[in-house]
Write a protein that binds this ligand. Structure first.
Ligand SMILES: C[S@@+](CC[C@H](N)C(=O)[O-])C[C@H]1O[C@@H](n2cnc3c(N)ncnc32)[C@H](O)[C@@H]1O
Length: 393
């Protein structure tokens, strides 16, 4: 394993920090996103902080660099990063920006992150809107409701009204551990049922990253999600189009709107995600439309395609796609989506798969399809479950 010393000494010693000459011309208005290459920053056995990328290189890091890399797992604006670092380190915000920028440039040069200049019309309100929307979609805003529902359904409910209502009022403190666990689940896309999406903040952030690339690079085509459930990820795809003035593109969302089909292929053996087992995977078309309306994102540029993929996708006249999102769990469903829609994805377009790390069946379908079609574009991890690749020309 190649190893080199990578030591941005920012903040490490206050003296060093404040004496560095400020020679950099700082573009304070740039947005930074973590790169298509996977970054893994971790504590080694000998206690060293290291980072790895897709190839075998690895770098030793100081604590601050380690923290910066952790932040870069998610799309970040420079301002956002500075704000978060300044909460930990007692430094001036402008100084902080000047010192982390060279490090970010190094990472960009190494291909670990990409830097996207903001859209001309983009204000900080854009990212604030998207941030709030993501939090609403995963139910980060009122997460204690989920604990409250669980409590009320349990046999732990206090009989007297005052004790019960006190418990409910303070549940995020009383059940602090469960509460923290719930937030972690929402961050990482483990199922929490009472939210409009199951995919978690990291995968929503990654969709934002894809959309920004698509818009910035003028890649044509609509967005498509196959496997919609309550609609959250599709709603976010539409929001991205609207927020960046790209509402002439369409957002397609295909689902049976009655849950998953029974497994019929050997690759799906043992998987029964049908409504009787998983009622919360079966949301009606009307309900999903209603969810779009609640976010004020319903329009005739949103197309809900109702029915089994095997029946709806073969003849679907949906034109070119710049982003195809697969979230259908089974081998059969995943394969049906790829077989019918992959050729509609334009070069430079993104294919995003939700369940590669979560279900062996989905992983098999992706691997089989990529092998069959000799797809060489590298498959990259988004988080523990999601992967994506960019279609090459
Ligand atoms: C895990 S959920 C999707 C989660 C959603 N993307 C989100 O943001 O939370 C999987 C969805 O795929 C749909 N699905 C799976 N296989 C299907 C098929 N063959 N035809 C139609 N819909 C299917 C199910 O109805 C279900 O709503």
């Amino acid at each position: 394993m190649a190893q080199s010393q990578f030591a941005p000494s920012i903040f490490k010693e206050a003296v060093f920090f404040f004496r560095l000459p400020l020679i950099l011309l700082v573009d304070m208005s740039k947005n930074w996103y973590f790169s298509p290459e996977k970054i893994v920053a971790q504590l080694e056995e000998d206690g060293a902080l290291v980072a790895h990328v897709g190839d075998l290189s690895s770098f030793k890091l100081n604590q601050v660099a380690f923290e910066i890399l952790q932040l870069l797992y998610e799309p970040q604006t420079l301002d956002g990063m500075v704000e978060q670092l300044c909460q930990t380190y007692d430094v001036d915000e402008r100084e902080c920006a000047r010192f982390i920028l060279p490090f970010l440039h190094e990472l960009e040069l190494a291909g670990w992150i990409v830097a996207l200049a903001p859209d001309q019309n983009e204000s900080s309100l854009h990212s604030r809107y998207l941030c709030l929307l993501k939090r609403a979609l995963v139910n980060w805003i009122y997460p204690e409701h989920e604990l409250q529902v669980n409590y009320l359904q349990s046999d732990r409910v206090a009989r007297d009204r005052l004790t019960r209502s006190r418990y409910l009022r303070d549940i995020s403190h009383v059940e602090a551990e469960k509460y923290a666990e719930l937030l972690e689940k929402k961050r990482h896309g483990f199922v929490t049922v009472l939210s409009h999406t199951l995919i978690g903040l990291r995968r929503l952030n990654h969709l934002e990253y894809c959309a920004r690339q698509i818009f910035a690079q003028g890649i044509p085509g609509d967005f498509f999600e196959a496997g919609v459930c309550q609609g959250g990820a599709s709603i976010f795809l539409r929001a991205l189009q609207v927020a960046f003035g790209e509402e002439q593109r369409k957002t397609w969302a295909a689902d049976s709107f009655e849950g998953l089909p029974p497994a019929t292929l050997p690759q799906d053996e043992g998987l029964d995600f049908t409504e009787s087992n998983y009622p919360w995977l079966a949301f009606s078309q009307e309900r999903v439309e209603e969810h779009f309306r609640r976010y004020e994102l319903w329009s005739d540029h949103v197309r809900l395609v109702k029915g089994w993929f095997s029946e709806t996708l073969p003849g679907l006249d949906c034109g070119l796609l710049s982003l195809l999102r697969l979230d259908a769990d089974l081998y059969q469903s995943t394969m049906e989506v790829l077989t019918n829609l992959y050729d509609k994805v334009v070069p430079g377009g993104f294919v995003v798969v939700d369940d590669y790390g979560a279900f062996e069946a989905c992983r098999l379908a992706i691997d089989d399809f990529r092998l069959e079609r000799n797809i060489q574009a590298p498959l990259k991890w988004i988080d523990w479950s999601g992967v994506y690749w960019r279609k090459e020309s």
